[in-house]
Ligand binder design. Structure first.
Ligand SMILES: [Zn+2]
Length: 231
């Protein structure tokens, strides 16, 4: 059991975006209001971590901007849109422009944590970087997409996430695993099992033993989706 990556959305904003209709308490997808301006150059600042690790992360993150009008520039001083730390538990990122919400992400504080990257194998570092930078440009988890129809084994998932290392309350599990975003708040495609934004849950977490592949690379749909938004 490892840390489940969470979409970092300020509490009030999250409650407003989840679909709470009965029966909906659960693909490439992104939060429509929180994409960056196409043609934008996002400033990325590393708050810690050795140079070779930073370079590996940026090489993988660049997969998202290939063929788009979006770019990342690493800066070593001044303000930055994406502030990365390796010194934390687990992996998470602010969703898109929500990194500018200073109540949750004060100036100078991290907007992304790659806590699992130091000491990880190169392929895992690249996978983590692709996934978290996907969040940073506004993409949500594939399992939270309005088009995801995963049949969760709820008691089992609640029990698994109540323990280490996540220690989630039932509400946190509901928000981060079972809930789906409201379709009018989201831009999405058909559920994409190959998306790097899909989390690899154990089959025992679903009622039909659904298999979630461990996706390392961006899928064709991931690339097409981002090119459509940031053209
Ligand atoms: Zn994630």
């Amino acid at each position: 059991m490892s840390f489940i990556c969470v979409d970092r959305v300020p509490g009030v904003a999250l409650q407003d975006r989840l679909d709470r209709r009965a029966g909906h308490a659960e693909e490439a997808a992104g939060l429509s209001g929180h994409f960056w301006t196409a043609g934008g150059d996002l400033r990325v600042r590393f708050l810690d971590g050795p140079r070779d690790l930073r370079e590996r992360v940026m090489a993988a993150a660049a997969d998202w901007t290939a063929g788009t009008a979006l770019s990342f520039t690493v800066v070593t001083s001044g303000g930055a849109d994406i502030r990365v730390t390796f010194a934390g538990a687990g992996n998470w990122s602010a969703l898109g422009t929500l990194s500018r919400e200073t109540e949750m992400f004060p100036a100078g504080a991290p907007t992304m944590c790659l806590g699992e990257a130091p000491g990880a194998a190169p392929a895992r570092i690249a996978q983590l970087a692709r996934h978290e930078f996907g969040h940073a440009i506004g993409l949500i988890h594939e399992h939270s997409s309005p088009s995801a129809g995963i049949r969760w084994n709820r008691p089992h998932v609640l029990a698994a996430l109540a323990g280490p290392p996540n220690f989630w309350t039932p509400q946190e599990v509901a928000d981060n695993v079972f809930a789906r975003y409201r379709s009018e708040q989201t831009q999405f495609t058909a559920f994409d099992p190959d998306s790097v934004m899909l989390y690899a849950f154990p089959p025992s977490w679903t009622l039909d033993a659904m298999t979630f592949p461990e996706n390392i690379e961006l899928s064709a749909q991931d690339r097409a989706f981002v090119r459509g938004i940031y053209r």
